[in-house]
Design a protein. Structure first.
Lengths: 220, 789
């Protein structure tokens, strides 16, 4: 399990190596501490909202959220829709699709009696994501050196560790570990994992959702 | 019959006789159709008397029809002038005739003629596209028609086609630098020409919402007045709210005063009780201990103060134990004062409550006025958007007068109800489809000598008209034509009108032509409909779809559906099964009915369209009620059509999977309607199907097909695409409007084989697509599978 942030692999030339060898022990460690204190300039954090999925948790970028509301008592059922679309609701005067996010991602149905509706929007198509509950916001660092390891998929990383945004490819790869309750059965819209939570790529997720809703009507 | 026709030349008289035979045949079917279907025995007797045509007779039929088609092509070519721009309507006639000839000759096995006819079609397409310049194009057309004629002569003379004529023609194409295969990939004929014309006339932004609307001055002033009154209501509303606030504050003050009084009274009563008890204790109580008593006495002697009992005052056991003496008169007065104050406070509260009630009543009154006035303003706004339909008429009249038909003969355009008003946005959306409809219908240049007799003897007059009227929030428009009309665009027009929450149907008019009846909302305001319950869901059914409501106790129509089945939602099983209401639909032929769980009432709400990914067949849109719940607005005919199509597809798949053996129907006689404008194709199919045991009817154009369908729905329909007086696509589009035709199985049988045509036919509801010439076994097997489903 990787509990420490990965060090950047900085290539050093011969001169730099010789200079390092000439340093005394105390000078070397001072230099090393100074380097360690440096924060990468490119590192930026983005706030994510933690959402329970029943079988795990996921993280949704706050910037993608339009509103967090309580769902209506009863959703309006639309004919010929996927099983993970329980219906449509009115939001700001228009009908929008509601997606059971747990069912969509994992294929497992969970209790949604006290669910929360997250309104997300991409390409002027608002969609309601129904989740059992929501938690706190979590900042996630995004760095250019983000890579994926098996540990990242299976377990958690440190609180300041960068997210593994290449997890999607690994999840879809044939050699990926067998699905666990934390692993999605549908990888579209999942861009990685952070502390055991799925990090969602909302634009991709919404594009996939809209396409599947359209094809459900055509393939009925 | 074989002796009647000369194989070498078919005169007009011969063709007239042949046509008469066809009409006699059709007439007997149409006149007795209903009786035949109700009596299999009678139909069998009629069928037994029918004489099958011999192969020689079929050949004569083909030759006659082909000769007629080639003559029509040559006659049209003679009318074409070698100009910079060949007349599109003439080209369309050539293309359509060539298409028909291609199918007919292909079906009989004359492949050279079929290929030459296809070349003719492609030439027309390329001329319209501009790929071939008109002069060269006209030259190629004439040579192709000549090749067609010579090939037919060789077939009649020698009993087989001369293939050298086709080869010579293709060599000639190369010499003219014409790539004859290039036309196959282009858009079909006149439709594209119309699109191009429309593209020229209407730039892309024409269909964008208009940046401004025209406003009637009187209505604008009315809106201003209502808006002013609405603004004037703001002060009374604010005053009423202030009064309520003031009354509430007074109530709060009175309440606070009451609480204060309560505190004072409680303190007073407690003091009084304490004093009474203290006095009693001073006189009655002595310490029980003698030592304590002695100490207290000594202390009293030393200090001069008497002993006072300081034990906790015990509350009196009852209020009656309080004894008021004369020395307490001042305290009594104080208590009385408190009671009096209390009474005053209570009175204040009562007054404040009364004031509050009055203020609330006033507020409610003002609020009602405010709502009424807001409704007035909203209605004014809707009225502002209305415009007379006459603004559309100029374009339509111009389209009629510039049409190929008008160039050939006199065309009258009549208008009624030009002052009928409709929302400007709706009119703008309607403009393009209406023009498209009129252009297409008047593009057909009649080859008949006379269609409608005019007032002046000897003149050929065709009539077109537009009659408009409004009832409530609905506008009806009839676009009528007295002559044979072109077709092929009705599905697009229908789709545009459906987007406006309207409908369009085609009917035969009193002049024997075709009329298109449109029903549209007058404004984009509220939709009135029934709020019905199905399962645990509520949906809205527009009034216009329901003819009447049945209590479900009487005999129900044969075609009865349940709304929960149509919508695919689970049924609600109630403990007590009561009688459920049945909505009888407004259909033209057989009654159709949809059973619902309950009718909850009527609603009047604004319909909102669904986003593209949420659109579903049979769902016209949604409305949002006062509780922000979404209600689906259902299109019952659309739902029924979709449901029947789904059921049919499932059953066909199941049958094809379970049973591959061919079994021709011998016991039950199922009816087939053949819709094709080719006499040869109709007769050929009739023989095949009759021999296989089916009852067969025929229709030679789209309108007759639609009428025959509605008059007596057959089990299956063999439908050609290219037909006069509504195309096969138009027939399919109209079938979707009539839910009573939802169970008719449709096979497209056409020489158009491209994937685009197949896709379009399936989208419009055809179950199977077969290409001419179609092997008999394939046709019969397809029919068998389809009808068993």
């Amino acid at each position: 399990m990787n509990k420490h942030p990965k060090a950047s692999a900085i290539p050093l030339d011969i001169t730099q190596l010789q200079n390092l060898e000439q340093l005394r022990d105390d000078e070397f460690w001072d230099y090393a501490r100074a380097l360690a204190r440096q924060v990468p300039a490119a590192a930026q954090s983005e706030d994510y909202l933690e959402c329970a999925l029943g079988t795990g948790t996921c993280l949704i970028p706050l910037t993608m959220l339009n509103e967090v509301v309580l769902p209506p008592h009863r959703l309006t059922l639309l004919p010929a829709t996927p099983e993970w679309m329980p219906g449509i609701v009115a939001w700001r005067g228009e009908a929008i699709a509601v997606i059971d996010l747990t069912l969509y991602l994992s294929g497992h149905a969970v209790d949604l009696s006290n669910a929360i509706l997250l309104i997300v929007n991409h390409a002027n198509i608002p969609i309601g994501l129904l989740v059992p509950s929501i938690g706190q916001t979590t900042p996630i660092l995004q760095g250019p050196q983000d890579t994926l390891s098996a540990d990242d998929i299976a377990g958690s990383t440190g609180p300041t560790a960068p997210a593994d945004f290449s997890a999607l490819a690994a999840l879809a790869a044939p050699k990926a570990p067998a699905p666990t309750p934390h692993m999605p059965s549908r990888t579209a819209g999942v861009k990685g994992m952070q502390q055991g939570a799925l990090v969602l790529d909302v634009p991709i997720l919404l594009a996939d959702v809209v396409q599947r809703i359209e094809t459900a009507a055509a393939n009925e | 019959m074989n002796d009647i026709f000369n194989q070498d030349e078919l005169s007009a008289e011969d063709l007239a006789i042949l046509q008469a035979f066809d009409e006699m045949d059709m007439g007997s079917w149409e006149g007795e159709g209903a009786q035949k279907d109700t009596s299999t025995q009678a139909a069998g007797e009629e069928e037994a008397s029918e004489k099958f045509l011999t192969p020689e007779e079929m050949l004569v039929l083909f030759v006659g029809e082909a000769d007629e088609d080639i003559t029509a092509i040559r006659r049209t070519l003679q009318q074409l002038e070698p100009d910079d721009h060949l007349d599109a309507a003439h080209l369309q006639v050539i293309q359509r005739t060539a298409h028909k000839l291609k199918g007919t000759s292909g079906a009989i096995g004359c492949m050279a003629m079929s290929t030459i006819a296809r070349h003719l079609e492609n030439l027309v397409k390329q001329i319209i596209n501009g790929t071939i310049v008109p002069f060269i194009g006209l030259n190629a057309l004439v040579q192709t028609a000549h090749a067609l004629e010579k090939t037919l002569i060789s077939f009649v003379t020698n009993g087989e086609e001369s293939s050298s004529l086709l080869a010579e023609l293709e060599t000639e194409y190369k010499a003219l630098n014409i790539d004859i295969a290039a036309g196959s990939a282009t858009k079909p004929g006149y439709a594209q020409h119309v699109e191009e014309e429309q593209a020229k006339e209407s730039p892309a932004q024409e269909h964008q919402p208009a940046p401004f609307v025209r406003v009637d001055v009187h209505r604008f002033e009315q809106l201003v007045q209502h808006s002013e009154r609405l603004a004037e209501l703001s002060n009374p509303l604010e005053n009423a709210q202030a009064e309520v606030e003031k009354a509430l504050q007074e109530l709060h003050v009175a309440e606070a005063r009451l609480r204060h009084m309560e505190g004072l009274l409680a303190t007073q009563l407690a003091t009084k009780r304490f004093d009474a008890m203290a006095a009693q204790s001073a006189s009655d109580e002595r310490p029980t201990s003698t030592l304590v008593a002695r100490i207290l006495d000594e202390s009293a002697q030393r200090t001069g103060k008497l002993y006072q009992h300081k034990s906790k005052a015990q509350p009196p056991k009852s209020a009656d134990s309080l004894q008021w003496d004369d020395l307490e008169i001042d305290r009594f007065t104080e208590s009385d004062f408190l009671v009096q104050s209390l009474n005053e406070a209570v009175a204040d509260v009562t007054t404040a409550s009364s004031q509050l009630r009055t203020a609330i009543a006033q507020l409610n009154c003002i609020t009602r006025q405010h709502i009424d006035q807001a409704t007035n303003v909203r209605n004014d706004t809707l009225l502002l958007r209305l415009t007379p339909i006459s603004t559309l008429l100029t374009g339509i009249e111009r389209a009629v007068m510039m049409s190929p038909l008008a160039q050939q003969q006199r065309v009258l355009f009549e208008v009624e109800g030009a002052a009928t008003e409709i929302d400007q946005d709706i009119l703008e959306e309607l403009k393009h489809p209406l023009l498209q409809l009129v252009r297409t219908c008047t593009a057909h240049r009649s080859t008949a000598p006379e269609e409608v007799d005019g007032e002046e003897s000897g003149n050929t007059v065709s009539r077109t008209w537009l009659h408009a009227g409004a009832i409530g929030n609905e506008v009806t428009i009839e676009v009528g034509f007295s002559m044979v009309v072109g077709g092929g665009v009705l599905d697009e027009v229908q789709e545009a009108i459906r987007r406006l929450n309207g409908t369009i149907v085609a009917r035969r008019n009193s002049l024997g032509g075709v009329s298109f009846h449109l029903r549209l909302p007058r404004s984009q305001g509220a939709l009135q409909g029934f709020l019905v319950k199905t399962g645990s869901h509520h949906v809205v059914v527009p009034f216009s779809q329901v003819q009447r409501i049945d209590d479900g106790k009487q005999t129900l129509p044969e075609h009865l559906y349940t709304l929960h089945s149509l919508l695919g939602v689970p049924a609600e099983h109630s403990a007590v099964e009561g009688v459920r209401p049945v909505l009888i639909l407004a259909t033209e032929a057989h009654p159709m009915a949809v059973q619902v769980d309950d009718i909850l009432g009527e609603v009047k709400l604004v319909v909102k369209p669904l986003a593209p990914h949420l659109r579903r067949p049979g769902i016209a849109g949604v409305v949002i009620d006062a509780m922000s719940n979404i209600l689906l607005v259902v299109d019952l005919p659309g739902l029924i059509n979709h449901y029947e199509m789904q059921e049919s597809t499932i059953k066909i798949a199941a049958i094809r999977k379970s049973d591959k053996q061919v079994q021709y129907p011998t016991q039950t006689r199922q009816s087939i309607l053949i819709a094709d404008d080719s006499v040869y194709i109709r007769k050929s199919l009739r023989q095949t199907l009759t021999y296989a045991g089916y009852q067969v009817r025929e229709a030679d154009d789209g309108m007759k097909t639609l009428e025959s369908l509605l008059d007596n729905p057959p089990h299956a329909l063999l439908l050609d695409i290219e037909m006069p007086n509504l195309s096969g696509y138009d027939v399919l589009s109209m079938m979707r409007v009539h839910p009573e035709l939802a169970r008719v199985k449709t096979i497209m049988l056409t020489s158009r084989s491209s994937e685009k045509h197949q896709e379009k036919a399936r989208e419009l509801g055809a179950q199977v697509f077969l290409t001419k010439p179609c092997p008999q076994d394939l046709l019969l097997e397809t029919l068998r599978s389809l009808l068993r489903s």
